[in-house]
Design a protein around this ligand. Structure first.
Ligand code: PHB
Length: 394
């Protein structure tokens, strides 16, 4: 092996976590190389969730990573929880004085990729990371295969696994490619995009005897909606009529505006936290470190919180030779990760109807929803978590 690229930080994965980290590091004068197995077109077109916490928006806009989020994103000051045929608004502005932004993740990715390329970032698409070696040395190395099938290596002072739920870097950090705390759920979401005007001004999270539905938006003419389904459902097995009838029944009492459905997908639900986030000079962030079910809209926000911490730790390590912050990174990051795990699990279990739910379970769930919406403390807890806890520092 004689093709070696040298850099300060090697970042595996050009998702939100990897790209934002390269951007923040560059702001501090620290060079990095970012590789991703996917093509740029694949990354920019993959449909993901759309809610950004206020802190995420502040990081993206204030660091210069995305100016568009404040222009094209829509600020939302509340959500509706629907159950027993009635809607209950959780007012974020009134309870916590903060908000969230509806701005699809792939739009944030387009901004990040454009910003990094304009700044001359070494960003390589179609490159597969094969393995990471030397975690416990000062020169950890990523062994990779480029888009033409040629092997090469990236030798760095630090390696970051931002390579998603099927992370390659995880093996060297945790000792196994699957090493982590894990939970699966007996349901999934059937997501659609349709051409129609918005059915509601804010997001509606609905619990009904037919299961869960989420009414989200994308623009004045395109809407995103989700319906609880069996994880093994074939998204093409339902007719448009059946989908609309099921959605309508699940938001019982709220009239949906229908339109042609042009995209369908099934999202599986998983909760996962890696057993370790750091080994020597290799760290895991984003989905490589954790996965949450989408009900709490925490996925990308948690990735950004990881990045903010790791950026601080790497500045201290690489600019000042101070390793205290990197040593503290896992413990501090895990506090937020487990809070977000709990919130995502809680929203999921409170709103979905399990396949073997008894009448007791259903009625208890309605009691739980009432305890939230009829209590200022309950509404405030939900609003605090949904809009995002303050970003920590090391
Ligand atoms: C979305 O708009 O795709 C979305 C919004 C909120 C969620 C999940 C997905 O909790």
């Amino acid at each position: 092996m004689n093709d070696i690229t040298r850099t300060r930080v090697a970042i595996i994965g050009a998702g939100p976590a990897g790209l934002l980290l390269s951007h923040l590091l560059a702001n501090a004068g620290i060079d990095s190389v970012v590789i991703d197995q996917r093509t740029r077109a694949e990354i920019e077109s993959t449909i993901r969730a759309g809610i950004l916490e206020q802190g995420t928006v502040e990081v993206l806009s204030q660091s210069g990573a995305s100016e568009r989020v404040l222009v094209d994103g829509q600020r939302h000051d509340g959500i509706e929880l629907r159950f027993s045929g009635e809607g209950h608004r959780i007012d974020f502005a009134e309870t916590v004085g903060r908000g969230v932004w509806l701005y699809p993740q792939h739009e944030a990715l387009k901004d990040l990729i454009a910003t990094r390329l304009a700044a001359g970032q070494d960003l390589r698409f179609g490159v597969t990371a094969d393995r990471v070696e030397g975690a416990e040395t000062d020169r950890p190395t990523v062994h990779a295969t480029d888009a033409e099938g040629r092997p090469f290596a990236i030798e760095a002072e630090f390696v970051v696994g931002a390579d998603g739920s099927r992370s390659v870097a995880r093996a060297v950090v945790t000792g196994s490619s699957t090493g982590g705390y894990f939970r699966e759920y007996p349901f999934a979401w059937f997501g659609i995009l349709c051409e129609a005007p918005p059915s509601a001004r804010e997001l509606i999270y609905s619990n009904s005897p037919n299961g869960f539905a989420l009414i989200s938006q994308r623009s004045a003419t395109v809407q995103r909606m989700y319906l609880q389904c069996d994880p093994n459902l074939d998204p093409n097995s339902m007719s448009e009529r059946e989908i609309w009838d099921a959605l309508q029944a699940s938001v019982d009492g709220h009239e949906l505006i229908e339109g042609p459905i042009f995209q369908r997908d099934v999202l599986r639900f998983r909760s996962f936290v890696a057993h370790q986030l750091l080994r020597g000079r290799v760290a895991l962030i984003g989905d490589a470190a954790h996965t949450v079910p989408p009900t709490g809209a925490k996925g990308m926000n948690l990735a950004v919180a990881d990045v903010v911490l790791l950026d601080q730790a790497l500045r201290a390590l690489l600019l000042e030779g101070d390793s205290r912050a990197i040593d503290a990174f896992p413990e501090v990051a895990l506090r937020r990760i487990w809070k977000a795990q709990h919130f995502s699990w809680w929203m999921t279990s409170m709103l979905h109807v399990g396949p073997d739910a008894s009448d007791f379970d259903r009625l208890r769930q309605v009691g739980e929803l009432r305890s939230v919406v009829e209590s200022e403390a309950g509404r405030t807890y939900l609003a605090e978590a949904y809009t995002g806890w303050p970003l920590a520092s090391l």
